[in-house]
Design a protein around this ligand. Sequence first.
Ligand code: THU
Length: 138
Amino acid sequence: MISSEELINKAREAMNLSYAPYSHFTVGTALLCEDGSIYQGGNIENASYGASNCAERTAFFKAVSEGKRHFTAIAICGGPDKNDTDFCPPCGICRQVMREFCASDFRIILAADHDKQIKEYTLSQLLPESFGPDNLIS
Ligand code: THU
């Protein structure tokens, strides 16, 4: 079993995959699948800003496009200063993408460089009263 610290290190490593020439806000993620595999993602910006993709969704779409459907946790690292990251909570769109594939106890781990602090939430804590696949079943 991989530890939170190891998953955070993978997320920190994934900051090198970030393409953020416009915001210079670098984000890296590491998504842990139920089978133990890990998918890393960086944010990918675009000259047409709205076409940009967050690091969380990059990791999810990489994994889902490889056939993965069951996820345990995601670690997220990011900030305007690559070498002194602050907590970077997932945006609303990314939370909704998580909601599509993850159970309510899916773990979201945020790490900040200073003091090696960690914050951990479940998906249902960050997205209460959510709309998901089960709402579409009549
Ligand atoms: N971003 C992420 O990749 N993940 C988040 O959780 C928040 C924001 C990206 C989007 C954009 O490339 C940059 O950070 C600034 O918003």
